[in-house]
Design a protein around this ligand. Structure first.
Ligand code: SF4
Ligand code: SF4
Length: 332
């Protein structure tokens, strides 16, 4: 059912949904950005249309709603462990088409990668998604090249056109949105300024010793920001936290990890597989545009460009893909 709806009616419906769901969307945090006078846009709980920030690209992705930065798995003492409590409430996430494609990738890693991850699944099962169209393409986006610029199998679609709200309701939960029947097309972008040519069927032996990775030995400072803003980076580490009043009692947490930072490949005995920062870049690139596709049939990178926006050394992932393509074609 396609409708147009006023902001007041939209907010009334959000209030109704909040009885059973926590609602997440990109939200502006004034002056909390990289510089003292810049804002931060990140996913957070919202209660009204006015709090949603779809006028710009969010700096962080919706990934942290389903895959929290820190997640308590269980509590332990010397005799037993107790599973952490589930949130009884459901979750609704308003997100863009590329980020919805990213959810598909995270699902592949956590639900279809031989084993089903119990802690991911129990959160994921309670989430509904609203795909929001993009009024325009943003700096550094290359979603069209990665074929993530549109997503049609949404539970509800939303288009914001010159401050008018249009909804395409497919899931009965969203029938609380009460508007006037109206035909409209979702406003997915069809062109980006940045285009990438992803090389296909890459073999590790053809890329492992390329000179191009050495550029990143010096430029990359191994801060991991690119991984933390990426909607499809899914690596984690585990930490056992012992409580200070009794060291035998504590909790096990799952915490985001980054393949760029020191220590990620440390092994017992002190061996480290990828000491050079350029080798870490190569590993990430291969995962995003080759290894994942070999297993699941589509690229892991969704072309959101957040890694380019976040890198303090101005390293561009899209440039890197194009450089690799050129190298593999003999510099053409
Ligand atoms: S563009 Fe960068 S941040 Fe976005 S999915 Fe690809 S690797 Fe991740
Ligand atoms: S954000 Fe840039 S400098 Fe930091 S780890 Fe990623 S590529 Fe390296």
């Amino acid at each position: 059912m396609k409708i147009s709806i006023t902001k007041d009616k939209f907010n009334e419906a959000l209030k109704e949904l909040q009885k059973d769901y926590r609602i997440f969307a990109p939200k502006v945090f004034p002056k909390a950005g990289v510089f003292s006078d810049t804002d931060l846009i990140k996913y957070s709980e919202i209660g009204s249309y006015e709090e949603m920030a779809f006028h710009e690209k969010s700096h962080f992705s919706p990934k942290e709603v389903t895959l929290p930065i820190t997640q308590i798995l269980f509590h332990f003492n010397e005799k037993e462990f107790t599973e952490s409590k589930e949130d009884e409430m459901g979750t609704i996430v308003f997100l863009r088409s590329c980020d919805m494609h990213a959810v598909k990738r995270v699902d592949a890693i956590y639900l279809q990668n031989k084993y089903e991850d119990y802690y991911y699944k129990r959160v994921r099962d309670k989430v509904k998604f609203v795909v929001v169209g993009c009024e325009r393409s943003y700096d550094s986006c290359f979603c069209v090249s990665m074929e993530t610029n549109r997503f049609d199998e949404y539970q509800m679609g939303m288009s914001i056109k010159k401050d008018e709200i249009f909804l395409d309701i497919k899931d009965e939960v969203f029938h609380v949105f009460d508007g006037e029947k109206k035909e409209f097309e979702m406003n997915f972008v069809t062109e980006n300024d940045i285009k990438v040519n992803v090389p296909e069927n890459i073999e590790l032996k053809d890329v492992i010793d390329l000179e191009m990775w050495r550029e990143y030995d010096a430029r990359c400072i191994a801060c991991g920001k690119c991984n933390f803003v990426c909607p499809t980076c899914t690596c984690f580490t585990t930490q056992d936290i012992a409580y200070s009043d009794n060291g035998k009692v504590g909790e096990r947490r799952r915490v985001w990890a980054s393949c760029h930072v020191d220590g990620f490949t440390d092994m017992a005995g002190g061996h480290n597989f990828r000491q050079k920062h350029g080798d870490r870049m190569r590993f990430k690139v291969m995962h995003k545009i080759s290894d994942f596709k070999k297993r699941f049939g589509y690229h892991m990178c969704i072309g959101c460009g957040r890694c380019d926006d976040a890198c303090p050394e101005y390293i561009s992932f899209s440039n890197c893909i194009n450089k690799l393509n050129k190298e593999l074609k003999g510099g053409e």
